[in-house]
Design a protein around this ligand. Structure first.
Ligand code: KIV
Ligand code: ZN
Length: 515
């Protein structure tokens, strides 16, 4: 890798998953890891192996599958965390342990309850232990954005001496400003005597909407790894978004003078997959991947674009993978064509039954909708996988809901709850409201509806509607998803999916709330 190439470290599967309600199953993580590999990200942070047995298995499965990208696991600066990460990474062709400890006065005093000198000792111990397992070790100074520069210099020098090969400077709470963050990176690289022995990395959160600007400022000042996520997913306001970082570096290479190894044509497919799996919609005006990012509404703009595209466009839509949502299959397509296209989309089936079930759903969909696009296939497989991977306490058996002008909408539905059928009728402000009330009449879950969102998967009135339902119960948040050509049915599916997730999801540790 030359000195002007920036390492792209994707943490969608770790920091992204720390967004409330973005928890993913092992299989979903594998699908995202495969598209990240296609995107040619250099490092995939696959998870926090210590968080739960499920997270450990997910990191291990990704380490066993991915060959082109380095696979990384996060670990606190603790013996058990590091050993667990190393164990999960054993099958990796190229693995990395990422260990971290907080370095800001406020975190050391109130979260760690440790003296600064002891924090340095712990960091050195963690890096050495990780190096005994693996050659590629990243060390992060959590809350570096609010840490004292002299202390950062001391701990980083010690971490590099202990064997860290990448030093990450996170702006954990999104507090930094671009000029000041850039200065910090420059000062660190200039002042730390062994700085040339490690790659400097940044990891910026978006609380002030500055994550991308701060990351780019760091790059201008010598950082050569950027940590980011697809769609900017991540804790609170999220992380720096991969698509914005990569396209800024590509579009403004004249000024920034750096490159990445990313295959940008995979950006939109990756964005859609992450959105479909997490149930987090992409806002229409989101840079690069929003539905309006390349749409021109005003007459003046349209006229300009027709005369000469570059009057109003600085990037080509096809360079980031728009227009790749090819029309692929229809009613007459057979099982082989279906399987082949799924493989091209990096979707494989573990068992023949899973393939058959997905193919049956495809046939049902093709009867309702003549043109089946890649996004339809992704939604279809999400449906099959979520019902196969979850123990379904709740299952929708029958549903009837309609609306007539001037009449109160009513929903009649039959649910299977723990194998027992329950039928009910409920009225509501609209058909969806009536359905949710009917479901709750049977389920009595005690969950609160925190978000309801509908979007079209493809264009046209026969498009499938994709619904996200966010439920909250006792501080836990889940996002259910459902897709159907009938949005009322999609809504019921999404609500029931969320209820099943609430049942299934067990507590797992957040790496940043621990010691
Ligand atoms: O934001 C942060 O500080 C992190 C670290 C664990 C790298 O996510
Ligand atoms: Zn973070």
């Amino acid at each position: 890798m030359n000195n002007n190439q920036v390492v792209i470290f994707d943490t969608t599967l770790r920091d992204g998953e720390q967004s409330p309600g973005a928890a993913m199953t092992r299989d979903e993580k594998l699908r995202i890891a495969r598209i990240l590999e296609k995107l040619r990200v250099d490092v995939i942070e696959a998870g926090f192996a210590m968080a739960s047995p499920g997270d450990f298995e997910a990191v291990k499965a990704i380490a066993s599958t991915i060959t082109e990208s380095t696979v990384c696991s996060l670990s606190r600066a603790l013996e058990n965390d590091i050993d667990r990460a190393a164990e999960a990474l054993k099958p990796a062709k190229r693995g990395r342990i990422h260990t971290f400890i907080a370095t800001s006065p406020i975190h050391m005093k109130y979260k760690l309850c440790m003296e600064p000198d002891d924090v340095i000792k712990q960091a050195v111990y963690a890096v050495k232990r990780a190096r005994n397992h693996i050659g590629d070790v990243e060390f992060s100074c959590e809350d570096a954005g609010r840490s004292e520069i002299d202390f950062l210099c001391r701990i980083i020098e010690a971490a590099i001496d202990a064997g860290a090969t990448t030093i990450n400077i996170p702006d954990t709470v999104g507090y930094a400003l671009p000029h000041q963050f850039g200065d910090t990176i420059k000062t660190l690289i200039e002042r730390i005597p062994n700085a040339d022995k490690a790659i400097f990395s940044v990891h910026c959160h978006n609380d002030l909407g500055l994550a991308v600007a701060n990351s780019l400022s760091a790059v201008v000042n010598g950082a050569r790894q950027v940590e980011c996520t697809i769609n900017g997913l991540g804790e609170r306001a999220g992380n720096a978004s991969l698509e914005e970082i990569v396209m800024a570096m590509r579009t403004r290479s004249d000024d920034l003078g750096v490159t990445t190894g990313i295959d940008t044509t995979q950006i939109v497919p990756a964005s859609r997959l992450v959105s479909s799996i997490t149930g987090f919609p992409v806002q229409p005006n989101k840079a690069i991947v929003g539905a309006n990012a390349f749409a021109h509404e005003s007459g003046i703009h349209q006229d300009g674009i027709l005369k000469h595209r570059e009057t109003y466009e600085i990037m080509k839509a096809e360079d980031v993978g728009w227009n790749t949502n090819r029309l692929v299959l229809g009613k007459l397509s057979g099982r082989n064509a279906f399987k082949t296209r799924m493989e091209e989309l990096s979707i494989s089936f573990d068992t023949k039954e899973e393939l058959n079930e997905a193919f049956q759903r495809f046939k049902v969909l093709a009867d309702k909708k003549s043109e089946i696009y890649d996004d339809d296939l992704q939604a279809l497989v999400s449906d099959v996988r979520s019902s196969n991977e979850l123990i379904e306490k709740y299952k929708l058996i029958a549903l009837n809901a309609g609306s007539s002008m001037g009449e109160t909408p009513e929903a009649r539905l039959t649910l299977l709850i723990n194998g027992e059928e329950q039928e009910t009728i409920s009225a509501g402000g609209g058909p969806v409201d009536a359905i949710f009330k009917a479901i709750e009449k049977c389920a009595n879950s005690g969950a609160k509806l925190a978000l309801y969102n509908v979007s079209a998967i493809t264009s046209g009135t026969d498009s499938q509607g994709k619904v996200s339902v966010r439920l909250e119960k006792n501080g836990r948040i889940v996002n259910g998803a459902g897709a159907d050509t009938d949005i009322v049915i999609a809504s019921a599916k999404a609500y029931i999916h969320a209820l099943n997730l609430l049942e299934a999801e067990s507590a797992k540790a957040n790496p940043q709330t621990g010691p």
